[in-house]
Design a protein around this ligand. Structure first.
Ligand code: SF4
Length: 447
């Protein structure tokens, strides 16, 4: 039996697509093995946002070649769509597939031969206007369900529309079918993923119309039996409507956790980024969430070092975030990307200043997360335990995204338990007491 191995870079969307492509190989009789194992075919799902994407890619190709120099190596994903020739020229690469070909990889692998330069089957991104559904089952406890792809926004620093094409969505019927399929496999949490999922419903039937809204998607998924938890991965602030926030607040399955890209707290920078909101709207969204769900967790994406970010504008962002009732930050250091408007902008921020500012915001994130965790001590939450034994401990996340830990026990994997949050441990996760099981039963469970 031929063996295939995958290496995925980037976002949950990439992981869901790798998983779907891998299932295709298994249907064709391949055995899926780890990337560190010997395989006949290595597939690398690339990302164009990752820092030093090119260096990372070359290292991963070398890794595969070291394990099996005879094997074929294929590159798919966003970087493969943006720079196909560059990847094909990398020593050891045999095949590069663009956005419209990646799901048809099985058609190419059988005719592969070893050449100086890899074969390229790419396309203009405008041709990748069709939708392919996918989902990934991570560590047996949660699944990433793709509901939308591409983006019609024009943020001046972003290459994703160039790599993934126009905004388009899965049919509501197919999303619900996938969700039911996933929960039938015993997976207790589904994370909705896409590029701009708040734009869900656009291009559902291959046209530019909105057949459904994101709120209708959320309401329909909320009615699917057997799904314990639904988590919204990331949503643009201007597309997170009050109705959606209010619906999540009363929903039995959607969890009180929102990840909302801000990018900057300075309206001047938001304008330069061509974001579709100003900081006041962001404050309003956070206010509405905390008003309806005081214990909700709010994560924020922010970019530092964007052209034109003076010290004053950076401090505007710092104070804006410091005053906002949010729970943690994902801090990205701005880096120029080819074919983006921002790459040609003046007032470039020196690299050392960018990293100094990044360090400051990451420090703020630690402070925010600790304050949020402290606000949750003494409360009763539901944890979903994950499947990995990490140095003798099992970890899990509460519905509002508090990370908790307990001594490792396989009987707890993929189980939901009511717990009372007790204290923050040195590694920043939270220790707890079980609420829904007595110590005796626990004893039996833990035996
Ligand atoms: S919303 Fe902006 S940042 Fe997000 S994918 Fe679209 S263009 Fe990129």
């Amino acid at each position: 039996m031929k063996k295939v191995a995958f290496y995925t870079l980037g976002c949950k969307l990439n992981f869901s697509e790798t998983s779907t492509i891998a299932r295709g190989f298994q249907d064709d009789g391949y055995e899926r093995v780890d990337f560190s194992d010997k395989a006949d075919m290595y597939v690398i799902n690339t990302c164009s946002v990752t820092e030093n994407a090119d260096k990372r890619f070359k290292t991963i190709v070398k890794q595969a070649q070291k394990v099996n120099p005879e094997a074929f190596v294929a590159a798919i994903g966003c970087y493969a769509q943006l720079k196909p020739e560059e990847l094909a020229a990398v020593d050891g690469v045999d095949l590069v597939l663009g956005a419209s070909e990646k799901f048809k990889i099985a058609d190419y692998v059988n005719d592969l031969t070893k050449n100086e330069v890899g074969q390229v089957h790419s396309c203009e991104i405008t041709e990748a206007d069709f939708y392919v559904g996918s989902y990934a089952i991570g560590d047996r406890t949660r699944a990433f369900l793709k509901v939308q792809d591409g983006c019609d926004y024009k943020c001046t620093y972003c290459t994703i529309p160039l790599a993934r094409g126009i905004s388009r969505s899965d049919t509501l019927e197919n999303v619900l079918k996938n969700a039911a399929e996933i929960s039938a496999k015993g997976i207790k949490e589904i994370v909705l993923t896409g590029v701009n999922i708040g734009d869900y419903g656009k291009g559902e039937f291959g046209n530019k119309k909105h057949e459904h809204t994101f709120l209708e998607l959320v309401q329909a998924l909320d009615r699917v039996a057997g799904i314990h938890r639904l988590r919204i991965s990331s949503i643009e602030p201007n597309l997170l409507k009050n109705e959606t926030i209010d619906f999540v607040a009363q929903s039995g399955s959607f969890v009180p956790h929102f990840h909302i890209p801000l990018q900057s707290g300075s309206d001047a920078i938001l304008k330069l980024m061509k974001r579709r909101y100003m900081s006041a709207l962001y404050t309003d969204r956070v206010g509405r969430i905390k008003q309806t769900m005081p214990d909700a967790c709010i994560g924020v994406d922010v970019i530092v070092g964007f052209p034109g970010e003076t010290e004053e504008r950076f401090l505007e962002t710092y104070h804006f975030l410091n005053e906002l009732d949010i729970s943690y930050l994902h801090v990205f250091t701005y880096s120029e990307r080819d074919n983006t408007l921002a790459a040609d902008m003046d007032d470039v921020v020196p690299k050392n200043v960018r990293s100094k500012r990044s360090k400051m915001l990451r420090g703020l994130s630690v402070k925010k997360r600790r304050a949020f965790y402290e606000s949750q001590l003494g409360t009763t939450r539901t944890v979903l335990f994950e499947g990995e034994n990490k140095e003798g401990y099992i970890y899990g996340f509460t519905e509002n995204y508090v990370k908790v830990k307990a001594p490792w026990n396989p009987a707890l994997v993929n189980t939901l338990h009511q717990i009372e949050l007790k204290e923050i441990d040195i590694d920043g996760s939270v220790r707890f007491d079980f609420v829904d099981v007595s110590v005796e039963i626990l004893g039996k469970i833990l035996k």
